[in-house]
Design a protein around this ligand. Sequence first.
Ligand SMILES: [Zn+2]
Length: 218
Amino acid sequence: MRLQRIVKSAAAQVPVPNPIYASWADYLARTSWIELRGRCRDSAKRANRKRLLSSAPAHRVDPLWVWQLMSKARGRCAHCGSLAVERRPSHPHKGSPIRWEHVGRRVGSLEHKQTRFGGGGNDLANLAWCCLWCNTWRDERFRGAQDHGGYYPDLGREPGPKRSEAILAAKYFAATGEVWSAEAAFASQPVPAQFSGDVEIEYEPGDDEPGEPLYYPR
Ligand SMILES: [Zn+2]
């Protein structure tokens, strides 16, 4: 708890910048297929690592699951509900991690509902999309919290999982010239970077009904 106080007081001194992404839709529109897949792979890799005080996980997290959790949640944290799709801030030149507490509720992360240390595994049912602040501090999970960069754009206008998947499929097609298969796409070799441009996609009305993302009880 002492550490928490120190982190919190440090966060208070850092001015909170505007959110990088206005919405989940904006995140999808402005993120290339390469970036999306890289992010899902990074999260899976982190979950699959051996940890100092936990045994090696019995199951491996599939990067595809990360995408499914993230899109089902429309990028929202399962606890506070903040749009959590930014990556941990890093130094603009060195690329090394820098302070993140002031935007902690905007940084997306993969949560083990039952912690690895507490015996929780890598099975899909034990995973959730969550902001880094709630993931780090379990007693800070307040719905709608405005601190640490909490940001709550209108959910009703966001693409749901099906539309999000259609956006991803279009990006994938633009990058590879191949028709989307989620399993193949997330397992595929790196796509040449020059094909990673964004694409526009038209929706059919009623592709997805607006709705609440999944929340998990505290
Ligand atoms: Zn949160």
